[in-house]
Design a protein around this ligand. Structure first.
Ligand code: NAD
Length: 518
């Protein structure tokens, strides 16, 4: 534990210049409206991926920290629930204004820990801000219903109440956007929150918490508990945590879903992906090649909605690959702060894992068209670099096709017909996102009906729904029945009470053991 941790501000700067020379900054928890260093001494390293070196440490929460974060949220709940809708709404509005004014600062933090280029970091914040904007209109979205005189003098109405303390567990690839998928809605609806962000890029969560405090959110309504499995398990098992929202890889999503459900919690768990782009022979190939590049290599492929497989319906493959390859040669890989197109991968370990798939492709008989291992970068040579990679003729039995790679590796599979392409997409384990590229409206409409995937793009490669729809896939890409944000978000974070009321009229009294009828 950093003895100086109390001097660390939410963005991880240290006031004490002397100790900065000797030791790394430690990102503390945020509990009860203030930084809160761990009571234990476990930490994890945080890297600047473009520099390839450890720049900070993050506290890993133990049982005591987890108890403290949950207790803080539990204590804050009754007063927050009872605060008027207008006052809660004003806080969300203020938060939206502060976020909008200062998102450049947050983007720099994201780039320094995740590696994505600054413009992309700003993009993720803007998509998260959309949900904040949706949440400013929450009074309309948590209204109940009312029926008068369901029986003589009897009214029935419903209310939507908050659940209590809710836990959010988020992945490394969107350190601001994914927490913001849930946070504004959970808070607006009157819940209190413990967020367990990814330990790989933890600082954005503290920055958001500090901003909420500045916006007037009462202490304890939003807490950040850093950590790994120990902190997560603490949330999953604690009786005061009423619901869990998780986003991450499929094996962990399944574990979260099963464990939280076994402990009686409401749970939504969004998992991994392998998103296909089906290209019909009549597609506009310039648009399609641009889309494949943007969706395949944006954020170095570390997006759950990245396109990782191009399914080319022949005879389109050769011409399309030529156009994609030409565009790839123009991409600049490098430090996200230097106006490059693509940054590094998040850790060296992940970079090496992704690069190893290129060897698997060669062993499995695929054709490596562009090998990103030889990339020239605009940045520190120690960064976790892997350039854009294109692999053609990938056998569908290869792990390159069947597994989520989560890096800048775009596979091409050639098929003979729409039906063969559709069958391939529907046979996969995941069902997060997909896209069809065509100028045939009938084919696109048929695809939208027949494809077994939760989010579908038609000539749109990354069909992330706007905030007033909901985000989520099918099959191994989601566990639980509720998607993120939109109306489903408000349903997830509230529970409905149905109230049947009669104001007493003595003439209606009397004993009747029959089942109530109207
Ligand atoms: P991850 O599953 O490794 O981690 C996600 C969260 O779970 C982190 O907070 C992490 O600390 C925690 N965690 C990790 N191992 C755990 C364990 N054994 N027990 C309990 N908690 C554990 O995912 P990641 O690498 O951070 O993120 C990338 C993954 O997330 C990819 O698979 C990607 O597709 C997926 N993702 C999905 C969506 C979606 O909406 N479906 C969105 C973003 C990312």
């Amino acid at each position: 534990m950093d003895p100086d941790a109390s001097h660390i501000d939410p963005v991880g700067r240290k006031e004490n210049a002397l100790s900065e020379i000797n030791e790394l900054q430690v990102v503390p928890h945020w509990i009860g409206g203030a930084e809160s260093p761990s009571s234990g001494d476990r930490t994890a390293p945080v890297f600047d991926p473009a520099l390839g070196r450890e720049t900070k440490l993050v506290n890993l929460g133990n049982t005591e920290d987890t108890e403290s974060a949950i207790a803080s949220a539990h204590k804050a709940f009754p007063a927050w629930r009872d605060l008027s809708i207008t006052k809660r709404q004003q806080i969300i509005f203020r938060f939206r204004e502060l976020l909008n004014d200062r998102k450049g600062e947050l983007a720099q933090i994201i780039t320094s820990e995740h590696g994505k280029v600054v413009s992309d970091a700003l993009g993720e914040i803007t998509r998260g801000q959309e949900v904040v904007e949706l949440a400013t209109g929450f009074p309309h979205l948590i209204k109940g219903e009312h029926s008068e005189n369901v029986s003589s003098g009897v009214d029935v109405y419903s209310t939507k109440s908050p659940l209590g303390v809710v836990g959010i567990i988020s992945p490394f690839n969107f350190p601001a956007m994914v927490p913001l998928w849930f946070l504004p809605i959970a808070i607006a609806a009157g819940n209190t929150v413990v967020l367990k962000p990814s330990e790989k890029d933890p600082t954005a969560a503290n920055w958001l918490a500090a901003l909420f405090t500045e916006a007037g959110l009462p202490d304890g309504v939003f807490n950040v508990l850093h950590g790994d499995k120990e902190a997560v398990d603490g949330l999953l098992e604690h009786p005061d945590v009423k619901a869990i929202s998780f986003v991450g890889s499929t094996p962990i999503a399944q574990y979260i879903y099963e464990t939280a459900a076994r402990n009686g919690k409401r749970v939504q768990a969004l998992g991994g992906a392998k998103n296909h782009m089906l290209v019909l022979p009549d597609a506009d190939l310039e648009l399609t090649a641009d889309a494949a590049i943007n969706a395949g290599f944006g954020s170095a492929g570390e997006r759950c909605m990245a396109i990782s497989v191009v399914v080319a319906v022949e005879p389109v493959a050769d011409a399309l690959i030529e156009k994609i390859t030409a565009r790839m040669s123009t991409l600049r890989t490098g430090d996200g702060r230097r106006n490059c197109d693509m940054g590094p991968l998040v850790t060296r370990q992940h970079r090496d894992k992704v690069a190893a798939y290129i060897d698997v492709a060669i062993e499995d008989g695929a054709k490596v068209v562009v090998d990103g291992r030889g990339v020239t970068v605009d940045g520190d040579e120690n960064g976790f670099w892997l350039g854009p990679t294109l692999i053609d003729e990938v056998p569908v039995t290869s792990r390159v096709y069947t597994e989520e790679i989560f890096g800048p590796v775009l596979a091409v599979v050639r098929v003979k017909s729409y039906e063969e392409g559709l069958h391939l997409i529907n046979s996969g384990a995941f069902g997060n996102g997909t896209a069809i590229f065509t100028n045939d409206g009938g084919a696109a409409r048929r695809f939208q009906t027949e494809v077994e995937v939760g989010m579908v793009g038609i000539n749109v490669p990354i069909p992330v729904p706007v905030a007033y729809y909901s985000f989520g896939g099918f099959k191994d890409s989601i566990f639980g029945s509720s998607k993120a944000y939109g109306l489903q978000g408000f349903q997830f974070f509230t529970r409905e009470k149905a109230i049947t009321s009669r104001w007493l009229d003595p003439s209606h009294g009397g004993i009747n053991l029959g089942f109530p009828q109207n």
